[in-house]
Design a protein around this ligand. Structure first.
Ligand SMILES: Cc1cc2nc3c(=O)[nH]c(=O)nc-3n(C[C@H](O)[C@H](O)[C@H](O)COP(=O)(O)OP(=O)(O)OC[C@H]3O[C@@H](n4cnc5c(N)ncnc54)[C@H](O)[C@@H]3O)c2cc1C
Length: 535
């Protein structure tokens, strides 16, 4: 079958596009995903997240040694499964701040991407369990719900944060982002709502939509400066697939610049260094990488207040039964359902720190686990000034890319990260948490001086898994795509995923990526954009 559109990467963005582009039965769409199916129960259960950063359905990549983190190499989970990040993430549904998107338009020149322009696309995607107002809607594909039964310690955390001076907020995605509260989650009826389950599965039987799993794309085929198809790895060797209209790269903030560079599209010097013939010199590809770096404090609890002991075999069995029979209990928890947004830099115009309360210790790869039940408070600095790169190690499509977020290359980021950690420690020490928290174990009482905290950060920091910016859209010199997501200098080729965001939004990045793909679908099909919101 000939395909009009070939979508490379069936992640958060790719599944949205597969659905929206194939709504018209006359348009033939092929979705190609390197990873496999998401049928294991782990993907469906919200608490399945506990396994996800440890290698399930992931590419298995790490960063290069981080120059400004004392040479630390950080494990860097990126999804390799249908649904991509939305199938393995912690399911937090956050949109960031209106100013984030306004800056895309005013500072990066992304015409049509201001907050008032993008809000209707957040709403179109959404099937909100509770809220219908200027900011929220229902009836869209993506389930958005509240935690089913947050444990008492999470409410004590809300009180403690207020004691520390941070106000309560029951909708970070509404008029005001600031404050502390329970997160909305991409879940529906206590099951993960990934783009695979919400967008792709319901339309899998469309005759004009083909999906190929376990199929890595090796290269974009370009003839006379026009993308005409892709080469994929297949059981019989390499197969070439042709696109009549466009190739749309949705391979994620690491995968998309990687694929463009493997195809000879990128900075000429970096391509030459990797041994890839230069097809089109485009310096912005793989540059401008931004990510949220996470620091955390861990406390030992006074008792069984979090989910650490659910890992014991008899408790796991009971939790599983509770979930299967009644859809209640620990398995309904994404393990990070409480948190909020506040300020490291008091002069910032919108929050620059995000908190995630982890209902246990050792939940994520690389984070210390404790013998007794623990509780973790993550703090991430949201508007980094550091910029990194994604480059090829060599011309082999199977080789891991060189991922260099270049964390803390700007000292401002370090200063704000450390202030965020300080805020986290302050919250954990408030009276409201006294009945639940025995003592801080990490960084630990002895670690107070700036130098000690920096050393602690070097040892323990981790990614929040929010890379963006590596195929940035915009009007400037370094922009890879135009505001309608076309790759500059190559016809018939677009990028649609987190990599096109010129600046990382002040939040987790799944909902913003889904918004990008929703809006892109109208752009690609030449439809009128949704009317700008009045807020
Ligand atoms: C562990 C983790 C936890 C996170 N937690 C949250 C959270 O709680 N809330 C939130 O909002 N965000 C979270 N995020 C971030 C969010 O999930 C991502 O920003 C989002 O999924 C990015 O979507 P994408 O479409 O850009 O890329 P992805 O969803 O990563 O999709 C890219 C897809 O392309 C495929 N691909 C790549 N290269 C090729 C190739 N050459 N050929 C074929 N296929 C290819 C990949 O296998 C992948 O499936 C988390 C991310 C991770 C990894």
């Amino acid at each position: 079958m000939a395909h009009d559109y070939i979508i490379v990467g069936g992640g958060s963005a790719g599944c949205v596009l597969a659905n929206r582009l194939s709504e018209d039965p006359s348009i033939k769409v092929l979705l190609i995903e390197a990873g496999g199916r998401d049928t294991d129960m782990l993907f469906r259960m919200p608490a399945g997240f506990a396994k996800m950063t440890k290698g399930v359905a992931s590419w298995g990549w790490s960063t290069v040694p981080q120059k400004h983190l004392d040479g630390r190499v950080i494990w860097y989970t990126q999804a390799k499964v249908i649904g991509g990040g939305s199938s393995i993430n912690a399911q937090l549904y956050t949109r960031g701040n209106a100013r984030d998107y306004d800056a895309w338009e005013t500072d990066a020149g992304c015409e049509g991407w201001s907050y008032r322009d993008v809000l209707p696309y957040f709403k179109r995607a959404e099937d909100n369990q509770r809220l219908v107002n200027a900011y929220h809607g229902y009836g869209g594909p993506l389930g958005v719900s509240w935690p089913v039964n947050p444990p008492p310690i999470s409410f004590a955390f809300l009180r403690a944060a207020q004691e520390a001076g941070i106000p309560y907020n029951d909708d970070f995605n509404g008029a005001v982002q600031d404050g502390i509260g329970h997160y909305q989650l991409t879940t529906r009826h206590a099951e993960r709502s990934s783009t695979a389950s919400a967008y792709l599965r319901p339309v899998r039987s469309r005759p004009n939509l083909a999906v190929r799993l376990n199929t890595p794309t090796l290269k974009i085929c370009v003839e006379n400066h026009r993308a005409v198809g892709v080469e994929v790895g297949a059981s019989g060797g390499i197969e070439t697939l042709r696109a009549e209209r466009e190739v749309i790269v949705c391979s994620g903030a690491i995968g998309s610049p990687r694929l463009l560079q493997l195809s000879g599209i990128g900075p000429a010097d970096a391509l030459a260094a990797a041994g890839v013939p230069v097809l089109h010199d485009l310096p912005g590809v793989g540059a401008n990488m931004q990510d949220h770096l996470d620091l955390y404090a861990i406390c030992e609890c006074t008792g069984d207040h979090t989910y650490d002991r659910v890992a014991q075999p008899h408790r796991t069995l009971w939790a599983g039964l509770q979930y299967l029979l009644f859809k209640t209990g620990p398995v309904t928890s994404t393990l990070f359902e409480t948190g909020g947004f506040w300020y490291a830099d008091k002069t910032a115009r919108s929050p620059d720190i995000q908190f995630h309360l982890g209902l246990g210790s050792g939940i994520e790869a690389g984070v210390a686990a404790m013998k007794n039940p623990g509780v973790t408070l993550n703090s991430a600095f949201l508007r980094p000034r550091s910029r990194g790169t994604v480059r090829l190690a060599n011309a082999d499509p199977a080789a891991a890319p060189l991922i260099d977020p270049n964390y803390w290359s700007d000292p401002y980021d370090r200063e704000c990260s450390l202030k965020g950690l300080q805020l986290a420690r302050e919250i954990l020490s408030q009276p409201a948490l006294k009945p639940f928290v025995l003592a801080e174990r990490l960084p630990g009482d002895g670690i107070r001086s700036e130098q000690d905290l920096i050393q602690y950060a070097y040892r323990s920091c981790k990614t929040d898994h929010h890379p963006v910016g590596t195929c940035a859209m915009g009007a400037g010199e370094g922009a890879v795509t135009t505001s309608d997501l076309r790759v500059r200098g190559i016809d018939g080729l677009r990028v649609v995923d987190a990599s096109v965001m010129p600046f990382v939004p002040s939040c987790n990045t799944n909902a913003p990526t889904i918004m990008v793909a929703e809006k892109a679908s109208d752009v690609i099909l030449g439809r009128e954009p949704l009317p700008a919101a009045v807020v």
